[in-house]
Design a protein around this ligand. Sequence first.
Ligand code: NDP
Length: 513
Amino acid sequence: MTYDTAIPAAAALLKRDTAISQPAFDGRMYIGGTWVESADERRFERRSPAHGHVVSTFPEATAADVERAIEAADAAFRRGPWPKLKGAERARMLLAVADGIKKRVEPMSLLESLETGKPLAQARGEVSGCVDLWLYAASLARTTSGDAYDTLGEDMLGIVLRQPIGVVGLITPWNFPLWILSQKLPFALAAGCTCVVKPSELTSGTTVMLMEILEEAGVPAGAVNVVTGKGPSVGQPLAEHDAIDMLSFTGSTRVGSLLGGLASAKLKKVALELGGKNPQIVFPDCDWDAMIDAVVFGVYFNAGECCNSGSRVLVHESIAERFALDVVERARQVPVGDPLHPDCKVGAIVSENQLGEILGNVEKGVAAGARLRLGGKRYDAQGLYLEPTIISDVRPDMSIAREEIFGPVLVIIPFSDASHAIEIANDTAYGLSAAVWSKDIDTCLTVARGVDAGTVWVNTFLDGYPELPFGGFKSSGVGRELGKQAVEDYTETKTIQLHIGARNNWWLPRPAA
Ligand code: NDP
């Protein structure tokens, strides 16, 4: 399937659910329950990185628009009704949103694929997967609770309430736009918070589409607001504004650290999901075929534009050459190209800028003495494609072994034994995830306990469930998303102490003589 034949189909699918004009999805901002243009009516466009066509346009928010969105969220929090609703009522609306996403899997996946460059088939999996995140959050809206202490003595009862923290600013990146938003928004809403969302300017489409679903589901005006535009002008106020109580950010470690610093200086709560340089650690006794498949999947899924990308493989030195030959052979066969083609596994890189960064990293590695075994160049001049790339003979001190590349680039580093593998694994600033491949339980547990990582996969890679917390050690982030604490993270506790019976006076004045 080529883009020329796909785009009419794409536009038709988009048209079915939204008022758009071909070929673009013309999104608007959603502020205080109203669909609005920016105050100065300026718009920006997004071109498909695979095909170069304009696929969507959005208002470029001004400072006044951002202010209005924050005010709307603040008013919706202070006056309600959202924070004051019963958990059951919030849950009902979150369930309705899940249902709405389910009904729009096709148009949302299509827009996500066209804006990001990711394979349409993969986008379908992600959008469908978001349904479960909203369902899980709905279950927590009814079950998250405080605590009570009946152990404080005859005259005292302690009650700990969990109250929504307030207005939350959500800033999301371009690599998994709807998925990452769905790791945050339904949980903040389940807690009773109100939100202002700023999606990446490259991929605002499904965030805006989601607002249509929220509106239909009956989520009250002002509970969620979306502002579109550039990071520094539109995102930064969400870290600094006095009316914002919490910032939840996913993106680069550089921007996360900047925004986290600004928000912390104003004593706001901060949650950060940042980058990774995630090692898969391979021992000679592993299930070889399963491991090779997981390594190829781990690094080329989403073209490697994935915080959890398995971008470093640490291989026992006795099998390093066999591993390199086999992984090159398998990687050569991965279908790269038009994301709309049903067989595509690796689509386009999100932007020319990102593509340049990736190639620059590869060049740096080769200049430092590493060996390019596969790829390392553009795949097709028509779109922003990169060949799956493999680099061996990498030393742990090289920049390609330590810095996040965020592209389809695998680096292979040999190790001598488990403690050496753990030492190399931990020798970066990051600590998001890791995997260990071995049939020996002692080896698996030793590595799993030893690596600095928020998630460790044993004989598997990249699985995820709403029930399991996700987040990073060290420079990979602050806090965790998902898991049974996901809603609690958007709350404050309030301690209430109730005295029972007569007071034991501190001091009684003596009766007058
Ligand atoms: P960025 O950090 O550049 O952008 C993330 C978000 O922040 C975007 O919405 C962006 O807006 C916004 N932003 C950028 N600069 C500012 C600023 N000065 N003030 C406020 N907001 C700003 O990351 P990318 O989008 O380029 O994503 C790639 C990086 O994100 C990788 O390093 C990756 O590891 C990390 N990441 C981590 C994930 C995790 O879960 N740990 C998940 C996904 C990505 P705009 O795009 O409009 O500039």
